[in-house]
Design a binder for this molecule. Structure first.
Ligand code: SOE
Length: 381
């Protein structure tokens, strides 16, 4: 059967532009789907770099003004992979034009922007998704399955770390290509929006909503040269953040993130402790899910180390044979395949959508506020 075409335009061509382009190219090679994307248009400001990017990934056309892309009648779906300060304007215009909208995380610079964006896609009734790609790591999807199957029982604790080490040098500039994540005017925040947003999304997905938080944040390097202007300027992102959270279901938790943990590259971990079992995950060992099942007889108690590569595991029947592995890029392939599947008749809308990401944004805002006030803050509107 001929597949239905979905014309996609992508805004931005950095790290996420590559990850998304690859997902668009690969989803239909591995998944059986009614819809197939056409890589219609790539959009970014620098025409030479854009041309090279578009040629490499097979984008049919290019534009240097995103507004022109949204005006185009031949585009069904806008994918936003540009820096955080551009998300709101593009998403709102895309929704108003009746286009489907995919958006990189974090959804917005703050919850107020997120609310406007969520209202816009919901009013327009357009399919929407936020690329919290780690939900689609098979081992994390398996963790969700174990929770849904009731294997953990009542959850008491959630413990998350998201550690990196790439900003330790004071010589590293801030701002501009590849380094806008260090510039609060463009990124909105530092590790809270960039890394903890992932941890928060995973936590909410696995065990439910967060009620309130208390945080400490720090900016270790106070000034950096701006990559574009060459001028030294104040650094206003949070370099590190740790917070305590109370979940709505009564669970207690700790979250910590930094880009100053020497030796940690993309150390995204979590552990959940329930009355009947515990699970633990580390993204630097992504095919493993540790599981302690207290329902086993006491003399065989012990942590299971599940190698998540069997056909029975989430997504893994779409790839190779048991024991062989997939990579970081497949989390985006899996996410986009889920998005395409959701467009088929009778399917549930894809998650996480803008509303889910807004919930994470409320938590981020509360964390950043608490980092300043030192008080407990409610993680809601
Ligand atoms: C930052 O270094 C970063 O690239 C984040 O922006 C991504 O969301 C994360 O998945 C990996 O680290």
């Amino acid at each position: 059967m001929a597949r239905k075409k979905l014309n996609v335009a992508m805004i931005g061509y950095g790290f996420m532009g590559r990850a998304h382009s690859n997902a668009f190219l690969k989803a239909n090679r591995f998944f059986d789907l009614e819809y197939e994307p056409v890589l219609k248009c790539a959009c970014a400001r620098n025409p030479e770099k854009l041309k090279a990017f578009a040629d490499n990934w097979g984008w049919e056309t290019t534009e240097t003004d995103w507004r022109k892309v949204i005006e185009r009648k031949d585009i069904d779906c806008i994918d936003i992979g540009s820096p955080n300060d551009t998300h709101k304007e593009i998403a709102m215009a895309a929704a108003a034009a009746g286009k489907m909208v995919l958006c990189e995380k974090p959804l917005a610079m703050n919850a107020q922007e997120g609310e406007e964006m969520t209202a816009a896609v919901e009013k327009a009734g357009v399919p929407n998704m936020v690329w919290f790609n780690y939900r689609r790591v098979p081992a994390i999807s398996l963790a969700k399955q174990l929770v849904n199957e009731g294997r953990l029982g009542k959850v008491f604790h959630y413990r998350a770390l998201y550690l990196q080490d790439w900003t330790i040098s004071p010589e590293l500039p801030q701002g501009g290509a590849g380094l806008w994540r260090l510039d609060a005017a463009v990124a909105g925040s530092g590790v809270t929006g960039d890394l903890l947003a992932h941890s928060i999304d995973t936590a909410i997905w696995l065990i439910g909503g967060i009620d309130s938080v208390t945080a400490m944040t720090e900016t270790f390097i106070k000034e950096r040269q701006h990559q574009v202007t060459g001028k030294k300027q104040e650094v206003t992102i949070d370099d590190a953040c740790a917070f305590l959270a109370r979940f709505k279901n009564g669970a207690l938790s700790t979250f910590e993130s930094t880009r100053y943990a020497r030796g940690r590259k993309n150390y995204n971990t979590f552990e959940v402790n329930g009355a009947d079992g515990s699970i633990a995950f580390n993204l630097e060992d992504p095919h493993r899910l540790k599981f302690f099942d207290n329902r086993h007889e006491a003399h065989v108690h012990g942590w299971q180390d599940i190698l998540v590569t069997d056909f029975e595991h989430p997504y893994m029947d779409k790839y190779w044979v048991p024991g062989t592995t997939i990579g970081y890029e497949h989390t985006f392939v899996n996410a986009f395949a889920d998005f395409l599947k959701s467009l088929e008749q009778g399917q549930e809308p894809v998650r996480p959508n803008f509303r889910d990401a807004l919930e994470t944004q409320y938590v981020c805002d509360a964390v950043l506020k608490s980092g300043k006030t030192g008080a407990w803050e409610k993680a809601s509107a």
